[in-house]
Ligand binder design. Structure first.
Ligand code: NAD
Ligand code: UDP
Ligand code: UDP
Length: 343
């Protein structure tokens, strides 16, 4: 029945990523939920750049039209203001499902909405994938490992998550999203992919989104002290956004469901990160210690052996190379903002 209703979607879906060398690949119709956000807008640039048609679905909670304005007027690009918690009917070949606030400050702002977005939003996108026979990719997170007791984290580790904590709307929300994704795959034969993304930074991040890299960079540029939470000895591994986008596209196109860790294994304490920011922007930038947030994971570093082996993927941009690329974008935006009086 599905084939008769949507033969085109089925045909395209079945050849996606399997076109022999030398044969021109069919252009695809792709929906990117959360495409007006930081990661989503970079992904859209790549998909449009290779000739596909892209529909962005976004409610602009943390996303901005400015991130996509360069595609306005392109007949292969469409932007729909829509909340994924509500059902939507579209005809597409692939679904990149990113819609969800990613910064702790944003996802804790309305925790019930965060859970709804992760659970009901993901259910709707899986329902859409089922109806049109599209391939579905979920952007899950390293936060499914919680405050990990295993280091570095391998995909087979089940994590250490507080189910009733202030971060659980996000951690448990994403864990349920992974469960739904696997159950639609196992039970209904939907083609799915799961990426577990580790801390990612780059141009177009919200300047005041509260994440550590955006905070430190904005603070150093504004000549404010860098706010280190706790003792600053907790670690994170920072991935540049172009590496992530490459990993997501490879995952979608290849034949493995995952989950796959997508992150840069270079591990830094927050104090080390502050030093790199000082070296990149302002050697005299001061450091100010603040109390840490609740349930903050102590360590985080991806084991990416699986992605290396099965996707042939590994990051190529180190923190010291990627940070200056983000700094020029932030400098421009902060400077423009000051000129227009913060409008
Ligand atoms: P972001 O906040 O910049 O982008 C999220 C986008 O989703 C925004 O455009 C926002 O407006 C949209 N959105 C939120 N709720 C929505 C809803 N209910 N309906 C429609 N749109 C909605 O965040 P990001 O860093 O680009 O993250 C993108 C995805 O990657 C998220 O799913 C996030 O959980 C995941 N991820 C990101 C990181 C990271 O370090 N950036 C790490 C792990 C996982
Ligand atoms: N859905 C959607 N777009 C579609 C198909 C389904 O938003 O093109 C939603 C649908 O409204 C439902 C969810 O996806 O809330 C799950 O759909 P499914 O068909 O799997 O389950 P059912 O509708 O039978 O509960
Ligand atoms: N952090 C910090 N200063 C800030 C913001 C965050 O020291 O201004 C710390 C935070 O406590 C955490 C780490 O940086 O240990 C990463 O926080 P972020 O919110 O960027 O991402 P998370 O990995 O916690 O989701």
């Amino acid at each position: 029945i599905l084939y008769e209703a949507y033969p085109e979607a089925f045909r395209r879906n079945n050849v996606a990523g399997k076109v022999p060398l030398g044969v021109k690949r069919k252009n695809l119709r792709i929906v990117v939920t959360g495409g007006a956000g930081f990661v989503g807008s970079h992904l859209v640039d790549r998909l449009i750049g290779r000739g596909d048609s892209v529909i962005v679905v976004d409610n602009f909670f943390t996303g901005r039209k400015e991130n996509l304005v360069h595609h306005f007027g392109n007949p292969r690009f469409e932007l729909i203001r829509h909340d994924v918690v509500q059902p939507i009917l579209l005809e597409v070949d692939q679904i990149y499902h990113l819609a969800c606030p990613a910064s702790p400050v944003h996802y804790k702002f309305n925790p019930v909405k965060t859970i709804k977005t992760n659970v009901v939003g993901t259910l709707n996108m899986l329902g859409l994938a089922k109806r049109v026979g599209a391939r579905f990719l979920l952007t899950s997170t390293s936060e499914v490992y919680g405050d990990p007791l295993q280091h570095p984290q391998v995909e087979t580790y089940w994590g250490n998550v507080n189910p009733i904590g202030v971060r659980s709307c996000y951690d448990e929300g994403k864990r349920t999203a992974e469960t739904l994704t696997m159950d639609y795959h196992r039970g209904l034969g939907i083609e799915v992919r799961i990426a577990r993304i580790f801390n990612t930074y780059g141009p177009r991040m919200c300047i005041d989104d509260g994440r550590v890299v955006s905070n430190f960079v904005a603070q150093a540029l504004r000549k404010e002290p860098l706010t280190v939470y706790g003792d600053g000895k907790q670690t994170r591994s920072f991935q540049y956004v172009s590496d992530l986008v490459e990993g997501l596209i490879r995952l979608m196109e290849r034949d493995h469901v995952g989950p796959f860790n997508l992150g840069n294994p270079g591990e830094f304490t927050m104090l080390e990160l502050a030093e790199v920011v000082q070296e990149t922007i302002d050697l005299n930038a001061k450091i100010e210690f603040r109390p840490n947030t609740e349930d903050d994971p102590h360590k985080r570093k991806p084991d990416i052996s699986k992605a290396k082996q099965l996707l042939g993927w590994e990051p190529t941009v180190s923190l010291r190379k990627g940070l200056p690329l983000m700094v020029s974008d932030f400098r421009q935006r902060i400077f423009d903002d000051q000129k227009t009086g913060g409008a």
